[in-house]
Design a protein around this ligand. Structure first.
Ligand SMILES: N[C@@H](CCC(=O)N[C@@H](CS)C(=O)NCC(=O)O)C(=O)O
Length: 202
């Protein structure tokens, strides 16, 4: 068995590496030379026609979309990470989708402006608009984590991995998480997991 993950750990592929570390699986990192558009090469487009990372290849099986990849890995190697009941499974999916489609976009907007755009070309109105959206979203997450160690069902699940991979963008941007005490406490708990520590060293 050979699992290959295309994309660097500091990209949307990050949550897949976190997942693989949690599962304790062996895998091969397949870094892409994005500057030279390796992700748009015919060889890579044959694997992922979107020309985006992450993309996971396990022997002859290919899957892309980070949330779907983590769902596949959990289903195959640790199904309890998807929740135990239909209700829990529903909420694991809910928070995973929310993390990627609601919380991630404004954070990525800021990340792009602050890290990839030079100061003279920086679009401050994009940053301001994105920043306005964040407190409302973080309050929703903070509320959901009241008196909870994990997002769903009192136990660690794929939702925690997918959410932590997005919340970590905030800390990466040096944004203050301390107004969201429950999120802060939960994130500290996540970061102390051996798999998260291993991931941070990748
Ligand atoms: N929804 C996708 C997003 C993937 C994505 O946007 N990846 C970025 C890197 S973080 C990428 O490959 N961008 C290259 C491009 O768009 O050309 C997922 O979560 O897997």
């Amino acid at each position: 068995m050979m699992i290959e993950v295309y994309g660097s750990p500091r990209s949307s592929a990050g949550r897949v590496y976190l997942m693989l570390e949690e599962l304790g699986l062996k895998y091969k990192t397949m870094p892409m030379d994005m500057k030279n558009k390796e992700h748009k090469s015919p060889e890579f487009l044959a694997l992922n026609p979107n020309g985006k990372v992450p993309c996971l290849k396990e022997n002859d099986y290919v899957i892309w979309e980070s949330i779907a990849i983590n769902q596949y890995l959990a289903e195959k190697y640790m199904p309890e990470m998807l929740g135990s009941t239909p209700e829990e499974k529903g909420h694991v999916a809910q928070w995973s989708v929310w993390a990627m489609t609601e919380l991630q976009p404004p954070l990525v907007d800021i990340l792009i402006q602050m890290i990839f755009v030079t100061e003279d070309k920086r679009n401050h109105s994009v940053i301001e608009k994105a920043k306005e959206k964040i407190p409302g979203l973080m309050n929703i997450l903070n509320q959901a984590l009241t008196n909870k160690d994990y997002l769903v069902g009192g136990k660690f699940s794929v939702a925690d991995i997918n959410m932590a991979s997005v919340v970590s963008i905030l800390t990466h941007l040096h944004m203050d998480v301390s107004p969201y005490k429950n999120v802060q406490h939960w994130m500290e708990k996540m970061n102390s997991r051996p798999a998260f520590r291993k991931y941070s060293e990748l």
